[in-house]
Design a protein around this ligand. Sequence first.
Ligand SMILES: [Zn+2]
Length: 159
Amino acid sequence: MIPPDLLGQFQKTLPLAREWVAATLKAHRDQVVPVDPMDYRRLRQVFPGALLKRARAVVVTDNPPFPPLSRMGLPEFAAFEAMPISGVTYQDTFFVRDGYQTESLYFHEMVHVVQWDRLGVDHKRYAEKECRAMLVEPAGTRNTGGTGGAMTADDNVWI
Ligand SMILES: [Zn+2]
C-alpha cells in the first residue's frame, strides 16, 4: 500500500509537474519531428493514421528530460530521476535518446501517447486505489521479450 501521506505529496506535486511538462514541451518545440510511419511501417498496423500524424518525437543526445520530482516534494524519486532512460512521453510528444530509436521503442512510446489521450494527468484517480508499485527500467534493460525463453515472442510476428 502507498502510505496516505505519499498520495498527498503526489497531489501537491501534480501542478508543479504539469507546469514542468508544459515548459519542457515549449523548450523543445523547435526540435520536434513528426513520427514518420515510413520509418517504422508496423506502427501503421496498430495506431490510427490521425494519431501518428499528431504524435511528435524529439531525439535528444542525453537522457530524455524527466521532471525533478525530488525537488518538487517527492524525495523518494531521487534515484529514479538519475536512472538512464531511453524514452519518455509527455502528452503527444515523446523524447527518445539518440541511438535508441527502434520500432519497438516508438511502439512503446505511442502506447503512452494513447494513455495520455485517454487518461490525461488529472484523471488517474483510479491510481490511488489500484497502484501498488511503479516500475521503471533503466535504458537497455532486457525483459522477457528479449531474453529468449518461453515468454519471448518471435520478433517479426505481430498480431
Ligand atoms: Zn514506458
